[in-house]
Design a protein around this ligand. Structure first.
Ligand code: SAM
Ligand code: SF4
Ligand code: SF4
Length: 355
């Protein structure tokens, strides 16, 4: 066995230059979305991925299989809004059919979830994460540009009814926007036996109105939550999981994903494939490896695996840590990428590569 291979729970993982294994894949199934969250996709129109480039479900599942060959065990479906892809349960069925993929999960804004939750559960989807930034309908409309709050609530209701365990609610915590709702969101999650995870606002992409002053840091979140509830106990280390979890004295658990102030690149085992088959080794990477062309040219499975293996072995990315480094020298001002560059390349935004 090559020395650049780590032994995992269920086999071998290719490892990168820092010894990080490749275990988890985020498959962005579409760059389209039915919301326009200000921190992600504030413009109405974008340069969309050409339809003919978007991979069909068989192609996506074939790619996921090559990733499983080199050690990927978890696949998260994301986007854009993944439920805009018609018949998503069929993709889930294709993915769970591969027993090496132990977990297939979905991140959704929840708007269309009530329609599909049961079918997704029956297709074998393991868990669902719903993004929910506010409990106030008017604020929701201002944040997302759409009046869909009631449908998101229906989506949240539908998860437990369909039989899914372990619902997670992901909240981007933004100073001056929803920092007065942290406690309300913890209470709300509790009603659904869900766990809320506060995500620090990230400067991925460019049209996302990011500014350091809007980042509600992990420390500030703990401070505010602690002021209301008292003692907060950190749960054991997060390993490669992005969320640090905390427990309140009544047993309620919540999480924080401190991507901006305390990045976790050192243990990052994730990469992303866009809907048109570009493979990004990091959320902040400026370019990706084109897997669509070789896939459609009929390159052999062995060669596809080799492209992935050598790509990961050469990986040096630690985007969030580098962004943090810039902050220390006063150079972290605004989004990652200029607006003109974004207009030229639709892959550079968060909604194309998945969060
Ligand atoms: N549309 C789906 C949703 O909203 O759940 C899936 C795609 S979305 C890009 C995935 C996650 O990225 C969401 O939880 C979203 O809140 C998060 N996200 C988007 N832009 C972000 C930013 N600038 N900072 C932090 N999180 C962000
Ligand atoms: Fe909002 Fe998700 Fe759509 Fe981005 S992709 S605009 S986070 S719903
Ligand atoms: Fe991983 Fe890149 Fe995110 Fe760091 S910034 S945790 S390397 S995806």
């Amino acid at each position: 066995m090559k020395d650049l291979v780590a032994q995992g729970d269920s086999g071998t993982h290719v490892v990168d230059t820092f010894g990080r294994p490749l275990k988890s894949l985020r498959l962005s199934v579409t760059d389209r979305c039915n919301l326009r969250c200000r921190y992600c996709m504030p413009e109405e129109e974008y340069v969309w991925l050409p339809r003919e480039d978007v991979l069909n479900f068989e192609e996506l599942a074939t790619l996921a299989g090559y990733f499983a060959d080199v050690g990927v065990e978890k696949v998260r479906l994301t986007g854009g809004e993944p439920l805009l892809r018609r018949d998503l349960p069929r993709l889930v069925r294709l993915l769970v059919h591969d027993r090496r993929i132990r977990e297939v999960t979905l991140t959704t804004n929840g708007v269309l979830l009530a329609e599909y939750a049961q079918e997704l559960y029956e297709a074998g989807l393991h868990r669902v994460t719903i993004s929910l930034d506010t409990l106030r309908p008017e604020r929701f409309r201002r944040l997302t540009g759409r009046d869909e709050f009631a449908r998101v609530l229906d989506g949240i209701e539908s998860v437990g009814k369909a039989g899914f365990p372990d619902l997670k609610l992901d909240t981007v915590a933004i100073r001056g926007f929803n920092d007065d709702e942290l406690v309300a969101l913890i209470e709300f999650a509790r009603q659904y036996q869900a766990e809320v995870r506060f995500i620090e606002y990230m400067d991925v992409g460019g049209a996302n109105e990011w500014a350091m002053e809007k980042v509600l840091s992990c420390a500030s979140i703990l401070d505010r939550v602690g002021t209301h509830y008292g003692t907060i106990t950190p749960l054991p280390e997060r390993g490669s999981a992005p969320a640090q979890r905390y427990q309140l004295s009544d047993g309620t658990i919540f999480g924080i994903i401190p991507s901006t102030t305390m990045p976790f690149c050192g243990s990052c085992d994730r990469s992303r494939v866009t809907a048109d088959g570009l493979w990004y080794l990091c959320l902040y990477a400026m370019s990706g490896v084109d897997l669509r062309q070789p896939l459609r040219r009929g390159v052999s499975a062995e060669d596809m695996r080799e492209i992935i293996r050598t790509g990961w072995e050469a990986r040096r990315d630690r985007g969030a840590e580098e962004r943090k480094g810039l902050e220390q020298v006063g150079l972290r001002n605004g989004g990652l990428i200029g607006i003109d560059r974004l207009r030229e390349d639709p892959h550079l935004e968060m909604h194309a590569r998945g969060g």
